[in-house]
Design a protein around this ligand. Structure first.
Ligand SMILES: Nc1ncnc2c1ncn2[C@@H]1O[C@H](COP(=O)(O)OP(=O)(O)OP(=O)(O)O)[C@@H](O)[C@H]1O
Ligand SMILES: [Mg+2]
Length: 311
């Protein structure tokens, strides 16, 4: 394995059992220490790429090489050892609700058999790095979304991985928390860890000036260093063009709704976004508001119960 490649994909094809082609002859390399954004519309194949790198899925053909291992040949027995090299960060955080902040991070070390002394030494360091040391004894449902994702990062870095894979790490966060999370990832990257982040966050990608891989229908259609979210698509209108070049026919009501939405997007400098994508994003944001409100209600109920107990 070339020392200058932590990841190499050669002509990778992934077709799911239902016949959906998710990656189509994808080739690229990533050098150790790089920060790479993976962008592309919903269904483009971004998460599939991440799943191939974690061995959650296997390629149908082509090669996926990770830190010297050919993942196509890797025996199931060795998968957990390979995963130790990887820190995963998820859009929905995936924290263990019944464990405290400290215990969530400690658990990531326990499962790889770290000693108690190592756990005691490294967990506080990871929590300090993400600014959550003072919340060690709290539970995930007592954290804000931004804090929950920072905990996700602490858990991802505690085993000192060579590679961080983040699948839409800011997808459930407001812009300010999104900035904080990306700043943390950049910081971790500057310390030498390779970072690959799938995202729909145009503003962050545009500002961070990193390498961008863009996928469309499973194909890698752009690979540029110091790039932006939508260099190639900027000139297209918000609506998807049909293959023959004409815009798809829509019902008048839908058309009106889409035009409204497009105007709103244009005002915010988001005119590159497609209407279905935006609607999906709005749903995500609404869901996250609902979850926050329900957490707040639960906390209020709990304090009412506690107050009752005191009386
Ligand atoms: N387990 C699966 N079984 C069958 N098809 C799948 C499976 N997972 C993903 N797909 C399909 O593969 C394609 C690529 O999906 P993938 O999840 O990689 O897209 P994505 O770029 O991550 O999209 P998003 O931005 O919405 O997360 C899609 O057409 C999807 O429906
Ligand atoms: Mg995805």
């Amino acid at each position: 394995m070339d020392d200058n490649k932590i990841i190499e994909l050669i002509d990778v094809v992934k077709v799911y059992k239902n016949g959906v082609s998710a990656l189509d002859r994808v080739s690229f390399t990533v050098r150790p220490g790089e920060f790479v954004f993976v962008v592309g519309e919903s269904g483009a194949g971004k998460s599939t790429l991440i799943k191939l790198l974690t061995c959650e899925e296997r390629a149908n053909s082509g090669q996926v090489l990770l830190d010297g291992y050919n993942l196509a040949d890797l025996s199931r027995r060795l998968v957990p050892f390979l995963r130790r090299k990887i820190g995963m960060i998820f859009q929905d955080f995936r924290l263990i609700e019944g464990k405290t902040v400290y215990e969530n991070v400690a658990f990531a070390m326990e499962i790889i058999g770290a000693s108690r002394a190592e756990i005691k030494r490294r967990v506080p360091l990871a929590l300090t790095q993400v600014g959550l040391r003072h919340k060690s004894e709290m539970y995930p449902n007592e954290l804000s979304g931004g804090e929950a994702q920072r905990l996700g990062i602490a858990r991802a870095i505690v085993n000192n991985p060579t590679l961080i894979l983040a699948d839409e790490p800011t997808g459930n966060l407001d812009p300010v928390n999104g900035e904080a999370i990306m700043a943390l990832l950049e910081c971790i990257n500057q310390e030498g860890t390779t970072v690959i982040a799938c995202t729909h966050d145009k503003q962050l990608v545009d500002r961070m000036d990193k390498r961008v891989l863009e996928f469309l229908d499973g194909k890698l259609i752009r690979d540029e260093v110091h790039s932006t979210y939508d260099k190639r698509l900027k000139s297209l209108s918000g609506l998807k063009k049909q293959e023959n070049g004409s815009t798809p026919r829509r019902l008048p009501q839908e058309q009106e709704h889409n035009q409204d939405l497009e105007e709103q997007l244009a005002k915010r400098g988001l005119d590159h976004l497609r209407v279905p994508q935006v609607e999906a994003m709005q749903k995500l944001i609404m869901d996250s508001h609902k979850r926050r409100a329900s957490r707040r209600r639960n906390r209020e109920d709990e304090s009412a119960v506690d107050a009752d107990k005191l009386e």
